[in-house]
Design a protein around this ligand. Sequence first.
Ligand SMILES: CC(C)(COP(=O)(O)OP(=O)(O)OC[C@H]1O[C@@H](n2cnc3c(N)ncnc32)[C@H](O)[C@@H]1OP(=O)(O)O)[C@@H](O)C(=O)NCCC(=O)NCCS
Length: 210
Amino acid sequence: MNPIILIGGGGHCISCIDVIEKTGLYQIVGILDLPEKIGQKVLDYSIIGTDKEIERFTPECSDFLITVGQIKSAELREKIVNKVKAAGGKLPVIISSLSYVSKHAIIEEGTIVMHHALVNAGATIGKGCIINSKALIEHEASIGNYCHISTGAIINGQSNISDYCFIGSNTVVANNTNVTLNSIIAAGSQVLKNIEVSGTYIGHPLRKIR
Ligand SMILES: CC(C)(COP(=O)(O)OP(=O)(O)OC[C@H]1O[C@@H](n2cnc3c(N)ncnc32)[C@H](O)[C@@H]1OP(=O)(O)O)[C@@H](O)C(=O)NCCC(=O)NCCS
């Protein structure tokens, strides 16, 4: 098993741990979080340092997963990815053994596909994304970099979700629909038309709240 270090010890980390353990491919060395949390545990794993000391760990462990969550901004996740790369670390793609990923799909570094997610043929997913439990990425849909497709969200065929988007739990994006970068779509929304202006959108019919 390859050693791996997780960065971010909150709720999303707990779900990621279960996905990683179930793959049987990685041994989790520990978690990096805030200085005041060092010594605390997340499930069976200790918080062993902060993201300021990634270089200290790379000689023994080159694989990292960003386990900080993402709703209103992807900034922190992207910042940490850049720190890992600057320190010579790598960001493997993690795929739950309980998910289905078509052999005709492309997924870039640092993305996690969680339990019971389905990524269908011709789909492309950028780097640093979270494809959360039970999400569906349909045929030929494309997801940009640093997107979080939340639990149970459905991205239908040939839709495009641009970089830095959050698609809330149980939201449906209709087929052939584009969502522009930096869009936040609330849980349970229905996106039936292109979103061309970045912002926060809610509900059905969809309305922009900011
Ligand atoms: C989009 C979101 C981040 C906005 O959060 P926010 O900026 O804090 O917004 P607020 O909670 O202040 O809500 C603003 C307004 O939208 C309404 N609203 C919020 N979420 C809503 C939803 N999902 N559907 C319909 N209306 C909603 C609120 O009632 C409020 O209405 P008001 O102005 O009339 O009082 C949040 O609604 C959301 O969906 N969070 C993600 C939930 C989720 O999918 N979690 C999964 C994590 S894995």
